[in-house]
Each structure stands twice: as C-alpha cells, then as structure tokens.
Ligand binder design. Sequence first.
Ligand code: FNR
Length: 426
Amino acid sequence: EAIYRPGAFGRKPAVPTDFTDLERAAIRRMSKRAVAYLAGGAGNSATVDNNRRALDRWAIVPRMLRDTSQRSLRTELFGRVLPAPVLVAPVGAGALVHRKADVHIGAAAAALGIPYIFSNQGSAPMEQTAAEMDRVAAKNGGVSAPRWFQLYYSTDEALVYSLIGRAEAIGAEALVVTLDTTQLGWRPQDLNIGSLPFSQAVGIDQYTSDPRFAEMVDEHLAAAKRSGERPKTEVTLGGLRTLLAMSRNMPGKFLRNLVSPIPRAAVETFLATYSRPSLNWQDVTALRTRTKLPILVKGIQHPDDARKAVDLGIDGIVVSNHGGRQVDGGIGAADALVDVVGAVGDRTKIVFDSGIRGGADIFKALSLGADAVAIGRPHMYGLALAGRRGVQEVLENFVAELDLTLGLSGFNSPAELSPEALQRIR
Ligand code: FNR
C-alpha cells in the first residue's frame, strides 16, 4: 500500500518497478566495464538463461477465498526474526557501479531490516559499512539489521583468519563460505575489454585494506627486491583508464596510484593469493575451530554435496550458481534447489539465489523449500540508477510483490508454502 498510494497521486518511483526496464535503464547508465562485469555470465551465459528457465518452468496456482487479510512475511533465521525471507547477496567490486556502493547498500538494507551479506571483495572495508548500518539503525531507533560475512578462502590462511576476526569484531552473525569460486570463471565480456584483474584489485578495499594484505604486499615487494627485480610500473592504456574510472572524485588516489609501484604489487599479490583450486571439505570444516558463528556454504548444487555439508556439521546451505558467472552450461539454480531440498530440506537452513527477478520468483523458491532468498544483480541495478534510494526501492518492491503474490495466491505466511502451490509446466 505504501508503494501504491503515492502512485495513485502521480508520483513516479526512482527506479523502474519491473526487472526488464530496471536492467535496461541501469545498463544505459553504467560504464562499459561495469556492464561487462555485472550483467555478464560465464562463457555463453547458458547458465544465466537456465536460471530463468528453471524458475519459469514452475507456475503458481492461486487459491481463492481463504482470508489472507492477516499476512506476515516474518521469518526466523539463525536466531533473528527478519521482516521478510530476503537477504542482500554479496557482490564484489561494487565501486565499478557506484563510488559508495557497499555503504549505500548497507544503509538501504539497514533501513528495511534486511540482512546484508558483506562480500569478501567488497569495495569498502566492512567496518565502514557496519558503522553506516548502525548509524541508520540508531536514527530509526532500532537494532541494526543482521550483517553476515562472505568469505573467499584464499591461499593465505593468515588473511582468511584476519578477515574472520574482523567480521566477528563488527558483529557479523554468520559466515558464508563461497565454494564455487576457487578460481574465477570464464568471463568473455570482461576478457574482451581487458578489464577484469586490474579493476577487481583496485576496487576491493575490503580485501586490500586488511592489515594482513598490507603485509603480503610488503613481502611481495621485498621478494622482488631480493631477486634483483625492479618493481614493474608498466601501465597499459586500459589499466590507466581503469585507474581513472576507479579514482573518479578521488584525484589524490589516482595520482598516488600512478606514481607508486604498490598498486601493481597489490594486483600481483591479489592474483597470486585469491585462487585456491585445492580447497576441500577439510579446509572448510577446519573453520569450525576458528569461529563460533554459524557457517553456511554457498554454491552447493548437487544433493550429495548438500548431504555431506550437513553431515559435517555445516549450519546452512546457499543453493546458488553465482548468478551463472562460474560454470557455463550449468544446471538452473532452481532445479538444483529441488534436489537439495529433497536431500536435506528438513535438516538444515537453505538460502537460495541466482535468477530471482521479482516477488513471484521468491514465492516459487520458498514453495520449493528455500527458507530465504538472496538478491544479486537487481539491487546493483538500483544502485547504478539511484544510489541508496535505488537499492532501497528495489528491495522494497521485491518484498511488496512477494507479499501481494502470497495474499493473491491464498496464503498468509511463507511457512504455509509448499510445492503444492506450484505446477510444473511441461
Ligand atoms: C557476485 N556474486 C558474488 N558472490 C560471492 O559469494 N562473493 C562475491 O564477491 C560476489 N561478487 C559478485 C559480483 C557480481 C557483479 C555479481 C553479479 C555477483 C554472486 C552473488 O552473491 C549471487 O550469488 C548472484 O548474484 C545471484 O544471482 P543473480 O541474482 O545476480 O542472478
């Protein structure tokens, strides 16, 4: 109602309320690099398409005359009551889209009480985003929305533990370990414009501001010096353009980056430590001795992996294919969700993402057995178009449409949903 009422008096929203127009408008607004990185998928984007197809193969079968006047979307997750079964997914290098990406997203999530999963590759240090969320919560006279921390398990364990320690210190309430990105997927859109590695390492202050990362860069420079190698300061035209884009409104930073060998060393250090193809179950379960936070694993798509995670004492599963950005030609995430729910749905908490584009999609994922969903690209498009306001509107619209879909389909709460609310389209 709060969304409809202003419309009745001719007020237009800051961002389009449907995904197609939202994406189209955001793409028009963003830089070429941002579009390639954000909108792009792995390979030929078959997994991105499969994510949509998997959701579209289910149709909602509304029920009538069941009194849906007393609806509530409230959902409990890891000891917190959330206003809706919705989270903000971790998205790295957001500075490509907006200078204050993480801080704006955190503020929008905090205003709505929606949990925000901070990316390991976030563009702002988590302390800064957390402080902004606290500020917004205090202004509204409430408790801050939950913040979770998403970890990429790099090859440097001291860095991993440093990040976990920082997450605990800012009051993170869960640790999400992403398993599907032990190496970056095949990303033609980025490769074709020579953008990815450089822009990522420049735009991920979460990682590069870590005290352990600074040590690693020093070690890298010292090793280069010992071997008599002069630190390279070669800057390509593409690299220059990226530096300029990333330093917009920050001329000081741009100049420092230009004359210092450290950015180059930072990029090399990042590239040398970020990938960890050797990652295995033992590494992940060993995290149990390092933190008391609930641990979720993100990127599970096979029922056997889901069973194994639960058997090993992992606290929750994020069924996700990283928005189709890692393996091309992969299973649609909603198809994976059906299998994972069949295997462990009654034994663990399941969060779902990849392909959610509106309230009806959330309804479907919940009906298929997810406890909550995470939103990826859509809120970033809101950010591109209207900053914090844009993120907040996108999240509000998703929740409002979910609420309406629930009511118009004959249900009062997410707990009432089951596959019986859907029909499989053949
Ligand atoms: C991501 N995703 C992601 N996941 C993660 O665990 N850590 C990260 O740093 C990132 N970074 C990232 C950047 C960008 C630009 C995108 C689009 C996605 C994946 C994200 O958390 C989520 O799984 C997907 O975005 C969900 O799919 P949709 O909603 O974008 O289709």
